[in-house]
Structures are given as structure tokens and as C-alpha cells.
Design a protein around this ligand. Structure first.
Ligand SMILES: [Zn+2]
Length: 77
């Protein structure tokens, strides 16, 4: 039996972190909440290619963006 795909319970987000290897700054808030994995990935790419990327408040390097998802599976035992 197949499990129903409950897309609504999944949370797809874009987060930002410092692109410098010497710095571990991660933006504390989610930049974007997307409706699905494809759009969060596309938005992260879009932000990474933006010429006006925000800079790290700690070291001034450019921020980098990545998409991630939180999969909630409440039906699992
Ligand atoms: Zn930094």
C-alpha cells in the first residue's frame, strides 16, 4: 500500500550562511518559505546568482543560500 503524499506537511525553506570557510555565521531566520522543493531550490539558485547579495554581518564576505526541507511524517511509528 502506498502512503499518501502530504505535501502540505512538508516545509521547504531557503536559508543563508556565510560563504567564507573561516566563518560559521548562519542567518538565524529562514529567508523564504517555498511551496515545494523545486521552488525553494530555484529560489536559492536565484539568490546565489544575484549581484546584490547581502554580506555577512560578522566578516563581510558574501552570503550563500541553500534550500532545505523539513519533512514531517507524523504517521510513522
Ligand atoms: Zn562571515
Amino acid at each position: 500500500m502506498e502512503r499518501p503524499i502530504t505535501e502540505m506537511s512538508n516545509k521547504f525553506k531557503v536559508r543563508a550562511y556565510c560563504s567564507s570557510r573561516k566563518c560559521e555565521y548562519v542567518h538565524p531566520d529562514d529567508i523564504i518559505r517555498a511551496i515545494n522543493g523545486e521552488s525553494s531550490y530555484a529560489l536559492a539558485l536565484h539568490y546565489n546568482e544575484s549581484p546584490s547579495k547581502p554580506s555577512c554581518p560578522k566578516c563581510g564576505e558574501a552570503m550563500a543560500f541553500y534550500s532545505y526541507s523539513v519533512i514531517e511524517e507524523p504517521w510513522l511509528p
